[in-house]
Design a protein around this ligand. Structure first.
Ligand code: FAD
Ligand code: NAD
Length: 466
């Protein structure tokens, strides 16, 4: 068996792994990255990017359909239709461009990329079965970085296969189902459920908790729930799925009282979370300390074994691409001898529903639970000129700050395109801004960002436009 020695071996070419490899190579560390499937991982191939492409296409189509019925803007459209095959080609083109970009960046920085599945032998050795079916390759390393990501969680009563699909299949539909049943009203269920509804499917969502997006606070979720109702998405809250009926064309659900009912469905999208990819590739042999189903790490992404590191989804929640990337860059720098710790003031979270939801830092409730005496203020988009010109006056921006020194500890927003406000929110928290800093910064007019400034002004007791 061919054996190679390297300083850093990265297993997994998703956003965590490829960023770690690029940064390590930039810092002069001899690095090999092994990827069994496609560079870019879940994020670029079957996650963040294709989902946002589909959401955008569905949104454009829905706008056209809406204008065909009634357009306050005076736009006249007749009988819009969507050619799904073309939409998917467009989406795949974006994915190809981005994954090609990752390959080029790895090459430019001198990272050795091996195509194949790695199997862990010990904390310094992995064997790779190359995709080309050649002999296995043995790679011996000084540092081993685990970045294998996660997989969709299945429901025991309804395993994946046939009509029961995960987000991966939902992002590449052969045809649109007439009736889609979505299990789970979290990120994937609502992002993709909304997209399918806008594309024309009848969508029903079954959620175990009492409201959609249960991880977010209630006020933030209200405009999303209202929009789902407007779009005609059927919601079954406080319900769990029991399984398919004998003919496979309906799903049995049970509500909190124990009553059962059948919901007809041509396809079932199961979106009840993801599990770290810890099994099936020899990781168990390392007997690493675990944190539930995830690999336990410290604030430098060290596992319980010396010089074995782990980043991204395999280390558990929050399973977000930007967290994986930040961890990857940090580990590379630590290996290169820099002093780094993963202690972000906040990790932003964005849900690309309609309207979008953003959370950075603490909500008022979380601040109170942490024992902080805080003030919070909300500014509605109904009073923001730019929001009105975008035909969107739903939603608000909310700021949470310490009462004593006005240090900002949290931002939340819900509304059209608020995902783009996330950067300003993260900056202000990471840089230790106070309400006065945001209130005293000139925000360009007319922009949604003015609502950010106005929320800070309102918290100080002198909002100008509400
Ligand atoms: P991954 O991206 O999963 O990459 C891991 C890679 O490792 C894979 O390519 C896999 O093939 C490879 N691998 C695994 N085992 C081996 C092995 N033994 N040998 C070789 N290679 C191996 N996050 C956001 O921040 N924003 C979003 O908008 C967003 N949208 C999402 C939408 C969907 C539908 C899904 C499913 C996820 C979404 N996520 C989003 C989550 C995001 O995709 C993940 O958090 C992110 O991809 C995790 O990065 P990672 O590097 O840890 O793992
Ligand atoms: P999720 O954790 O966001 O939502 C799962 C939902 O399913 C929850 O609301 C939960 O209460 C519900 N649920 C669980 N078991 C159930 C059952 N048996 N019956 C009915 N409902 C049930 O998980 P997801 O939507 O699958 O997404 C997985 C991960 O992918 C997310 O945690 C997130 O980290 C990542 N992701 C992020 C984005 C983004 O950043 N915009 C988008 C998509 C996915």
């Amino acid at each position: 068996m061919d054996t190679r020695s390297i300083t850093l071996l990265v297993v997994g070419g998703g956003p965590g792994g490829y960023v770690a490899a690029i940064r390590a190579a930039q810092l002069g560390i001899a690095t090999t990255l092994v990827e069994g499937d496609k560079l870019g991982g879940t994020c670029l191939n079957i996650g963040c990017i294709p989902s946002k492409a589909l959401i955008h296409a569905a949104g454009q189509f829905e706008t056209a359909c809406h204008y065909a019925q009634d357009s306050p803007l005076g736009i006249r459209v007749e009988s819009p239709r969507i050619e799904l095959a073309q939409t998917l080609r467009w989406k795949d083109g974006i994915v190809a461009k981005l994954t090609g970009g990752v390959a080029a960046l790895l090459q430019k920085n001198g990272v050795q990329v091996v195509s194949g599945w790695a199997r862990i032998v010990d904390g310094k050795t992995a064997e790779v079965t190359t995709s080309a079916g050649q002999d296995a390759l043995r790679i011996v390393c000084e540092h081993l970085l685990l970045a294998p990501g996660s997989l969709p969680l299945a429901l025991p009563a309804m395993p994946f296969g046939g009509r029961v699909i995960s987000s991966t299949e939902a992002l590449a539909p052969q045809a649109l189902p007439k009736r889609l049943l979505v299990v789970g009203a979290g990120y994937i269920g609502l992002e993709l459920g909304t997209a399918y509804r806008k594309l024309g499917s009848e969508v029903t969502v079954v959620e175990a908790m009492e409201r959609v997006l249960p991880a977010y606070d209630e006020d933030l979720v209200k405009p999303v729930a209202a929009s789902l109702r407007r779009l005609g998405v059927q919601l079954h809250l406080n319900c769990t799925v029991q399984g398919s009926n004998a003919s496979g064309d309906a799903v049995c659900i049970r509500n909190a009282r124990g009553d059962e009912s059948l919901l007809p469905a041509d396809q079932v999208l199961v979106a009840v979370g993801r599990r770290p990819r810890t099994g099936g590739w020899g990781l168990e042999t390392l007997m690493l300390d675990m944190n539930g189903s995830a690999v336990r790490i410290d604030d430098q992404c060290r596992t319980s074994m010396r010089k074995v590191w782990a980043i991204g989804d395999v280390t558990g929640e929050p399973m977000l691409a930007h967290r994986a990337m930040a961890q990857g860059g940090m580990v590379a720098e630590i290996i290169a001898g820099r002093r780094r710790r993963f202690t972000p003031a906040a990790i932003p979270a964005v849900c690309f529903t309609d309207p979008e939801v953003v959370v950075v830092g603490r909500t008022p409730e979380e601040a109170a639970q942490a024992g902080l005496d805080c003030i919070s203020a909300m500014f509605p988009f109904a009073a923001n000129g730019r929001a009105l010109t975008l035909e969107s006056n739903d939603g608000f921006v909310r700021v949470v700050a310490r009462r004593d020194n006005h240090l900002i500890v949290g931002w939340q927003a819900v509304g059209r395109s608020v995902s783009e406000l996330c950067t300003a929110f993260s900056h202000s928290i990471e840089m230790g801004a106070r309400l006065e800093d945001t209130a005293g910064t000139i925000h360009a007019h007319p922009t949604l960002g003015e609502a950010v400034q106005e929320a800070a002004l309102r918290a100080l007791g002198h909002a100008l436009h509400a």
